[in-house]
Design a protein around this ligand. Sequence first.
Ligand code: OGA
Ligand code: NI
Length: 196
Amino acid sequence: MEAIFETLISSYIDNKIGICNQFISEKLGTHLKTNLLALHEKKLFVKAGVGNVEKLVFDKFIRSDSIYWLDRSHNDIYENEYLDLMDDFISYLNLTCYMGITGCEFHYTLYEAGSLYKKHIDQFKENESRKFSMISYLNSDWKAEDGGELIIYNLNMEQEVTPTTGKTVFFKSNEMQHEVLLTNERRVSITGWLTS
Ligand code: OGA
Ligand code: NI
């Protein structure tokens, strides 16, 4: 496990954008995707908004994904396995980099074909608790024409990330602007934040 944590952290230190292509195993990725699609089928996903809880705005031209929050109370083994992995990552990050992370929150995310999320940062103006953003992708056989790339604006550079299974990205929530380009296929992931 330490090797994947190191890959994510060292690429973050070198480039402000942490990327690990095999952060979650193929087996876990497959189970999480199966769960996600079953929950979506049961209509348990909600439209995602922009802003914090008090001032949530819904605008499908800014953001058109839908979400389902992970929670240990669901007693789902794969959800818990993902949350355990994140807890271990947080412990490692705090131990090696003194980050002082005290919590986390994660949701399943689904973008139907034709969806996007315009350029934004993940930290709210009124609430600075989100320190790091983490996204793990669950899309096997993603092709160039499927679109849906994550673009992260890093100084004068644009880092493009294709949303393929197992890949996890990690960046600071208060400074990195990013966007999800129009996706031509259904695009699924787990998105979350490390908080303090
Ligand atoms: C977000 C976000 C990026 C992605 O949910 O805030 O920017 O690649 N997601 O899904
Ligand atoms: Ni974001």
